[in-house]
Design a protein around this ligand. Sequence first.
Ligand SMILES: N[C@@H](CCC(=O)N[C@@H](CS)C(=O)NCC(=O)O)C(=O)O
Length: 312
Amino acid sequence: MTEPEIILHHYPRSPFAEKIRTAFGIKGLRWRSVVQPRMAPKPDLTALTGGYRRIPVMQIGADIFCDTRCILRELEHRFPRPSLYPAGTAGLADLIAAWADRDLFAASLGLVFGLHGDRFPPELHADRARFTAGRFDGWNSAKMRTRIFDLRQQLALQCGWIEQTLSHDNGFLLGDAPSAADLAVYHPLWYLQGNLETDSGLDGYPRMRTWMTRMDAIGHSTVEELAPEDALTIARDAAPAAIPRQNIDAANPWQPGRRVTVTPDDWGFDPVEGEVAWIGTDTIALRRNDPAVGAVTVHFSLRGFEIKAAAT
Ligand SMILES: N[C@@H](CCC(=O)N[C@@H](CS)C(=O)NCC(=O)O)C(=O)O
């Protein structure tokens, strides 16, 4: 049987998508690229996810993986070599990623919009203000500008940590091979550098700059374009992967069959409703039926999401 294709729903300038594109590069995977809009509405994406609009989303047949943590977990499971957790890095790589995906990302994004908010169209500011529900100064350029000095300080502090971590001169953050930690630290800096160039403040960290060049050289492996409607057809024609039987702790309120909502807890608070199909220690999968694509299983990371009983 041929392996189903990996489809990534993304857009070129998305830092979190760069995290996954670089993971494809590390693992040498072939993938199909579906370019989605960078603002809502995203009907060809939400038909698959049930409302989640963030980028990136990975699709394999009728299985949909939301959030980069969940995507990396699935890639590691299906394609274990080379590992995103080389010897000695499990645990520590995820701890570093938990900081970088939030704090380093928020400071980088804040600085780009503080310095160059005027370059982005008003519709994008309005969309992101709704998306983040008041965080990031409501995406008001004037307010964001007043934070530039503080954000530069925050970034200098965090870049100092990265520079020190790289003082072993082993090539990557946790040794001589790239890990999930490198992916998470790289994507906010890639975004900063791509938008601010010499004004990014990154030049004061020579080891970090060399490491960024090394990360950039990994590339994205082999990619082919796919039209959004073709991705929907692939989901419609596929059946979700079989869910293994589980023994679940009776105290767990989210037993298979229960209707729940799953909602991000940081930004982009769009709930997805479905029936619990699987729950593990780090992921939850919901079964849902969509008029456009039929039965799909939507997978989420447990970290960064809130589960609630559905109202109906
Ligand atoms: N925790 C999420 C964060 C994803 C995220 O915030 N992505 C940004 C793009 S880099 C986004 O969705 N922005 C709004 C949009 O594209 O509509 C992950 O790891 O995937």
